[in-house]
Write a protein that binds this ligand. Structure first.
Ligand SMILES: Cc1cc2nc3c(=O)[nH]c(=O)nc-3n(C[C@H](O)[C@H](O)[C@H](O)COP(=O)(O)OP(=O)(O)OC[C@H]3O[C@@H](n4cnc5c(N)ncnc54)[C@H](O)[C@@H]3O)c2cc1C
Length: 425
């Protein structure tokens, strides 16, 4: 380093590693990213938020809102492809944060499809992507949803315990799938289900494969619909697979690849991918950004309220106890966003997650959302505890982010193993 003045130091610090004037690090969003953020924010403010309380009470999929989202191109194949193609990786988390700022239950009914899409995109052959991803969304005139079914009654955190099995019927070139899936977002109402099944139970999670269940396939039925604490506009249900036959081409990645992978595992070599875990890892920062949207909504509401509400002759924000809580809420949200953006950028640019940065981002954002929404209720006092004000719904919605897509404990397990190399139990 040759710089001697402050100006020279700054110039050196902002120069690229090869000495040109391109900044090597920037948190400034591009005009495209800002435009899309503002467009989604407008939809969240004008369409999603006004509908939030109603669909939370109805506990039903808000099809009219999904139709609106499809009409403007926010819900659909092209929209997701556009968000995903952003080379920085930030567009998808930005879109999710804005949408879930509007409402998380409706947000999940719009974004729940993307978990199945991520599985097809991550594991499917190009022709499988071309065939099934558009069918996950339907058309703007007739939108559909999709479901990703990994969890089972006895296999939540422990995906290796999955009992749903897939057997290959060579004569018919069909897979026959049997089992019961639990907690599937859009389960049973989906046009396309992606199901994780075991093709060799002895191999645990390394014997799993992902299958597409095409629309109206016999033997794929919705089981009990789950009544939930939060995210109530999003449909969650069991899915029963009873001698469910799908064409051989519905195995994501194809049979040849699966046979090769299983042979490697049986020889004791490392398998390159584990179907369910791969899907979860790539989607964690996006899930974190949904939690951020809820946290930001609750923080903003509490901030406005604290400026308005007067007790003891002054606005309650004039008390340090309230103002410092709001300062901490903002601080935690911004810190979580940096972790989310880092992980999203790493995922998109292929930087390896050596310290489980994807898990870090989801863990932090989920816990921040749960804490911030609880504090928001406290700042609103009695009003915060009623359904007349939105923060109690936001708190109910936030809690799931400590649980699904890997509980907080499982995220800590993944991170601690990654940083230590120790097989922490
Ligand atoms: C609203 C909702 C939507 C969902 N959507 C989907 C979906 O679309 N598709 C899907 O496949 N699944 C879905 N799930 C399921 C979700 O992913 C699971 O609930 C989650 O993985 C946790 O599994 P579990 O509920 O069986 O809890 P368990 O695994 O039984 O865990 C119970 C408790 O034990 C802890 N624990 C477990 N193992 C360990 C360990 N080794 N060390 C420390 N603590 C541990 C957990 O952290 C947790 O606190 C959804 C769930 C909900 C509630």
């Amino acid at each position: 380093m040759n710089a001697t003045t402050a100006e020279e130091l700054v110039a050196e610090a902002t120069a690229g590693s090869d000495g040109d004037s391109t900044p090597s690090f920037s948190l400034e969003l591009s005009q495209d990213q800002k435009d899309i953020r503002d467009w989604v924010h407008g939809f969240a403010a004008d369409v999603v938020r006004p509908a939030a309380a109603e669909w939370d009470e109805r506990e039903e999929t808000p099809w009219p809102v999904i139709e609106e989202a499809a009409k403007i191109g926010l819900y659909g194949y092209e929209g997701i492809a556009q968000f995903f193609s952003d080379p920085s990786g930030l567009q998808l988390p930005i879109v999710n944060e804005e949408l879930f700022w509007g409402d998380a239950g409706i947000g999940m009914s719009i974004m729940g499809t993307s978990l199945a899409v991520a599985a097809i995109f991550g594991q499917g052959l190009p022709e499988q992507m071309g065939e099934w991803i558009p069918q996950c969304f339907g058309t703007p005139e007739e939108p559909k949803v999709a479901a990703f079914c990994a969890s089972e009654p006895d296999a939540g955190s422990d995906v290796s315990a999955i009992r749903t099995n897939a057997k290959y019927d060579e004569a018919a070139d069909e897979w026959v799938i049997n089992g019961q899936k639990a907690w599937a977002t859009n389960g049973g109402i989906a046009n396309v289900h992606v199901v994780i099944a075991s093709v060799d139970r002895e191999l645990g999670s390394r014997g799993h494969a992902a299958f597409v269940i095409p629309p109206q396939t016999k033997g794929c039925e919705q089981g009990a619909k789950v009544k939930k604490h939060g995210l109530r506009a999003s449909h969650t249900a069991d899915v029963h697979l009873d001698d469910c036959r799908v064409p051989g081409a519905c195995l994501l990645g194809g049979k040849e690849k699966l046979d090769e992978r299983l042979a490697r595992v049986r020889e004791g070599k490392k398998s390159k991918s584990q179907a369910a875990m791969q899907t979860f890892e790539s989607s964690r920062p996006v899930v974190g950004s949904q939690a951020l949207g809820i946290a930001r909504a609750a923080y903003e509401y509490a901030l406005d309220y604290a400026k308005e509400r007067r007790q003891f002759g002054k606005a309650i924000i004039e008390n340090q106890a309230i103002a410092f809580t709001l300062a901490d809420m903002k601080l935690e949200i911004d810190a979580a966003r940096l972790l989310v953006w880092r992980a999203a950028w790493m995922g998109r640019t292929g930087v390896p997650f050596t310290n489980a940065e994807g898990s870090m981002s989801k863990l932090k954002a989920g816990e921040v959302a749960t804490w911030v929404t609880e504090r928001a209720i406290q700042i609103l006092g009695g009003n915060g505890y009623t359904r007349e004000f939105p923060v109690e719904r936001m708190h109910r919605d936030a809690k799931i982010y400590d649980i699904f897509e890997g509980t907080s404990e499982i995220q800590r397990l993944v991170i601690s193993r990654a940083i230590s190399g120790v097989q922490v139990k």
